[in-house]
Ligand binder design. Structure first.
Ligand code: SF4
Length: 209
């Protein structure tokens, strides 16, 4: 990457763009809501069950100015969801400031494993055991979404729930390849522990991005 491009990426004025698309938010509190997604390349968390491993190597995704990244988005939706990869590997301040100045609502899906940047209307924190969130994000997360791959993830979910703010929604979501095995266990767990809700990847059932 040329030095001047690297500088702009370091400042958050350019970001590696993997894909962007207008669809229905399939998960969490805003499930069912139309939203424009921007997927930023680069992630160093390394979940073995990750369904977007193509996102991991940031160098495979072209550095793109934040203006070009968001071009046409406002015509589709007022809600912009920044996802990855791990968006917090980058400085999200310029992108979110620009979006908000244009009247957009900014949502993020993050593992929280990197320092928090950006101004967000909704933070979905999905913590991962391999690289835990920074302490600061627990106080501002709007929803905590724990992916349940095996039984130990219920313990992990409680450990993480103990750290978030009192208003944070608590969601348990089966890892897609384990959904048939884990879903009945999640249902039982939520009925016994109703502070949690079930989250489904409804976009996968609907066969949309
Ligand atoms: S944090 Fe997300 S993008 Fe990164 S490896 Fe885990 S599931 Fe994949």
């Amino acid at each position: 990457m040329k030095n001047e491009v690297k500088d702009l990426v370091d400042q958050g004025l350019m970001l590696p763009l993997m894909e962007r698309f207008y669809t229905i938010q399939g998960e969490g509190y805003h499930q069912g809501t139309a939203a424009y997604f921007i997927r930023v390349g680069g992630c160093d968390v390394g979940c073995h069950w990750c369904d977007v491993k193509e996102s991991w190597d940031a160098l495979l995704h072209p550095p793109t100015t934040i203006e070009a990244l968001t071009e046409g988005a406002a015509e589709k939706s007022k809600i912009i969801v920044i996802t990855g990869g791990e968006p917090l590997m980058y400085n999200m301040d310029p992108l979110t400031d620009m979006l908000r100045a244009n009247g957009m609502r900014t949502h993020i899906e993050t593992s929280g494993a990197h320092p928090l940047s950006g101004n967000w209307d909704w933070i979905c924190l999905s913590p991962k055991k391999r690289k835990l969130p920074t302490e600061e994000i627990y106080q501002v997360a709007n929803e905590l979404k724990v992916i349940v791959f095996n039984m130990d993830d219920f313990r992990f979910a409680e450990e993480q729930a103990a750290k978030v703010n009192a208003d944070c929604l608590l969601l348990l979501q089966p890892e897609w390849s384990k959904r048939e095995k884990m879903m009945p266990l999640i249902v039982d767990y939520v009925m016994e522990n109703p502070k949690w809700k079930v989250s489904l990847q409804t976009h996968k059932y609907l066969n949309i991005p």
